[in-house]
Design a protein around this ligand. Structure first.
Ligand SMILES: [Zn+2]
Ligand SMILES: [Zn+2]
Length: 479
């Protein structure tokens, strides 16, 4: 009797809340009421002007062996390694080589060593340990071909600027200004962006690194319910988006199984860890067209962004990183997770996103690494603005995905940790890709696995999916 009463009470309170919210919306306007109820505020992203890619000139690579031979021929004696004073304070690291000709450390002078600058005796190239890779390329303005100047260093990127006053980009921008703007420009030149700018992102992760799946340290045999019960719990918690508390109440009221909401969260976490490698490394059959968006997820009382990219044709979710920031590194990570799914990256790869400039910056980042794809910005893809007929179906998919996900996460009232939220998102993706039929796929699931299809009901499908995930991990271990 008791749990039923609580459930009823909770539902009543929820109902009351909805009425209050509706009333406040009418009185105060939706956004204010939303703030009171701590809904994520749909902050507009920074409208940043992203200029086209610079011209990247890679420095010619030289071969120190050939240079040493040439020296020998010309001078009739070999070029000797650098003689070092015995008590020299500055040491040249033994594994350091010249970035231009690959000469070993024996040929490197510590120019002003403590500041980290070196010079190569073989090819005379100057470099520092920090920017030794950077020095391999020179960035030039695409409008005037002058070398760009590095003007700022940020945590994740460096800003380059074309300072050439004769640059066509600069001149055009100046000419486009109205009289008013010119006046303001004189007083506050910082407020205007009139010069060509390039942001070079440097991240400490290796995009497209095909790291092998990590075997999770969880043991499902420590779950004290039958596989079928676990399948039931997951069905309520993930498919129907019930909170852990409601799932626990339902398990007791309907199935007479006593299980605490914390235990349900622990189970969800364990299952997520086991299914994640299967979800991430499944050999998906993909199209060349992907759609990306960000949605909100609450972690430790703060709103985070969930970036997701999915195959626009096959409706498969391929990446789902969670980040506290809506920034370029997160966009790069999300796209990288998609690219890692390909054996060979298709030539006509296309990403459809909203107007957020972070995706263009990500595109530049990958272009620098020799990976090219189209970014198609569709204004209005994720808001109420009208969108062209061509992209209306995509807009609908995003909205549906958002709705499905939001409907589910709302009930979970946020997560106590980043791991908790990642666990839930992982289970959601497993459900979305392998278990949830889509009307647009003729009521098929996006990825049809015959073993799952054969199962009579959803709890059995979850059980089978866990089994397949475990088998996958075992195969990986023995491979
Ligand atoms: Zn050299
Ligand atoms: Zn220029």
């Amino acid at each position: 009797m008791y749990p039923q009463f609580i459930t009823y009470l909770l539902q009543y309170i929820k109902f009351q809340e909805r009425i209050i919210f509706a009333l406040m919306s009418i009185i105060l306007g939706k956004s204010v009421a939303r703030g009171l109820y701590d809904e994520p505020i749909d902050k507009p992203y920074r409208k940043l002007e992203v200029d086209q890619m610079p011209i990247i000139e890679t420095l010619e690579k030289l071969d120190f062996k050939k240079l040493l031979d040439d020296y020998q021929d010309k001078h009739d004696k070999p070029l000797r390694p650098v003689i070092r004073r015995k008590n020299s304070v500055v040491k040249v690291p033994a594994n350091l080589t010249c970035p231009k000709c690959s000469a070993p450390s024996d040929y490197l002078y510590a120019n002003n060593g403590d500041k980290g600058q070196y010079q190569c005796k073989v090819c005379t190239c100057l470099f520092s340990k920090k920017n030794r890779f950077l020095k391999e390329a020179v960035l030039k303005c695409p409008h005037c071909l002058k070398t760009l100047e590095r003007i700022k260093e940020r945590k994740d990127f460096r800003v380059y600027k074309c300072k050439n006053n004769a640059c066509s980009f600069y001149k055009r921008k100046l000419n486009q200004m109205t009289k008013e703007e010119k006046k303001r420009f004189k007083q506050d030149p910082q407020a205007f962006k009139i010069r060509y700018i390039f942001r070079e992102f440097h991240l400490d992760f290796d995009p497209l690194a095909k790291d092998s799946p990590v075997k999770p340290k969880v043991d499902l045999s420590r779950i004290y319910v039958s596989p079928h019960t676990l399948g039931l719990i997951l069905t309520y918690y993930v498919n129907y988006g019930l909170s852990a508390r409601k799932t626990a109440a339902l398990m007791f009221d309907v199935h007479s199984v006593k299980v605490s909401h914390q235990t349900i969260l622990n189970y969800a976490n364990s299952v997520a860890l086991i299914t994640k490698p299967f979800v991430d490394y499944y050999p998906y059959d993909l199209s060349n067209s992907f759609c990306g968006d960000e949605t909100y997820i609450r972690v430790k009382g703060r709103w985070h962004y969930l970036f997701f990219f999915f195959d626009a044709v096959k409706k498969i979710i391929l990446s789902y990183p969670v980040s506290p920031h809506r920034d370029t590194p997160s966009a790069i990570k999300a796209i990288s997770d998609v690219l890692a799914k390909f054996k060979d990256i298709p030539e006509d790869l296309k990403f459809v996103v909203d107007g957020n400039p972070i995706y263009i910056l990500a595109q530049h980042y990958f272009a620098q690494k020799g990976i090219h794809f189209d970014v198609h910005k569709v204004i209005g893809l994720t808001n109420d603005d009208p969108v062209s007929k061509e992209y209306r179906p995509l807009k609908q998919i995003i909205e549906r995905l958002n709705r499905t996900f939001k409907g589910n996460y709302r009930a979970t009232t946020g997560f106590g940790s980043q791991e908790g939220s990642v666990s839930y998102v992982t289970l959601f993706v497993a459900y979305f890709n392998f278990l949830r039929p889509h009307a647009s796929l003729e009521n098929q699931v996006p990825v049809v696995i015959p073993e799952l299809k054969r199962m009579p009901n959803m709890p059995e499908r979850w059980t089978k999916l866990i089994e397949l995930s475990q088998e996958y991990l075992v195969d990986q271990q023995s491979a």
